[in-house]
Design a protein around this ligand. Sequence first.
Ligand code: ARG
Length: 463
Amino acid sequence: MTKHEKSWEKRLSGAMDELAVDFVESLSYDRRLYKYDIAGSITHAEMLCEQKLLSRSELAEIKRGLLEIGDEIAAGKFVFDKTQEDIHMAIESALAAKIGEAGKRLHTGRSRNDQVATDIRLWMRDAIETMLGRITSLQLAFVRSAEKYTDDIMPVYTHLQRAQPASIASYLLSFVEMLARDYSRLKDCRDRLNVSPLGSGAVCGSTLPLDREMTARNLGFKDITYNSIDAVSDRDFCAEFIFCCSLISAHLSRLAEDWILFTTSEFSFIRIDDAYCTSSSMMPQKRNPDMLELIRGKTGAVYGSLMAMLTILKGQPLTYNRDLQEDKIHVFKAADTIDACLQMTTAIVSHTAFNTKRIADGLDTGFLDATALAEYLVRKGIPFRQAHGIVGGLVALCEQEGKNKLGELTIEQFQAACDKIEHDVYVTLDPAGVCRAYATKGSAGPESARAQLHYWKGKLKEQ
Ligand code: ARG
């Protein structure tokens, strides 16, 4: 067999059409699995030797050949030939060309079906490890920023209308919470995918005495898969991984949307360092938050990958079908996008300052203390529904009288609305005072933010 021949050339007559060669190949994108393919092959060969299906010298030859091929690929010296279809065939045929007979024994008891299922799992385990590290870095960036702004107050919004005052730290730590869920979701995903399909063969296993536990153990899997029919056709973990990426993307996109608004002249809540802004080719004054817009925009591609992966799985008859080759396009795309977005977001969060003075100056608009006033009335014995109505009336009164804040009402006006109101009401009516008065666990005042910061600093150290 010359280098470019395939073993099935005895079965299929004639050369493949050029169009078909291009159409069927995955080498252009699955070559990034090469390290995992080689690790899987070496482990498989060691097991074959242990089971007396390979001699010691054949194993040594195979190992040497595979390691050399790995070095050649790493050094960019390997010539990829698309007629080899995929990375598995490319490596195997290079091995046969390098070491001859022994190379032809490597595929004993194995199919590309269990081989590729093993490779993607090995790749994904590492990809998740990297992603977990990136998430931790971003969480740390939020924590560092939050530490600077614990005692600074900002308005937070519901329906994009000013709602209640909060410590800026609480706002920032809300993203740390989202990312913590992303982190644990990815760990769950890694845990579930960390089982070895190797030894499932093409679909029904093998008549040869393959030691599946041995290969699983040596590749660091926590277990083997227990049904070969499922094992070669299962790509649930790919869909799950892209779903994890999709939620990360959603979280980053929500941050991006907030901060794009916060950079506008209308808000002017934050200033992102020039290094992460662009300008306009026409309007000289512009400082545009393009990085954030791209983080928001790239969410479309990640969701697209999820939809693609789910659709690829839908309606495929059991078991392996070539449709599954497309999995890697979407898995890689989602992973690369999230990797870039997490790094970019970390850089931006680390280089963004809150305009605390400007934010503080604006705290008097929007009646941020209205809910706290209603709760003041509750403490004076008024049923909440009634208190809600009283405060709503007082806000309307302020608007009629052109008053910006409840604290500008006179004590007579307060008492006309409710005779339970006393002079101490004015202490309640100030955003910083409101924040200090938040009493529930997890609330958005500085005291709670400090407790949350303490928790996260300890937690992230272990992570
Ligand atoms: N390149 C293929 C993939 O990624 C490898 C498996 C091919 N198996 C087959 N029976 N044609 O899915």
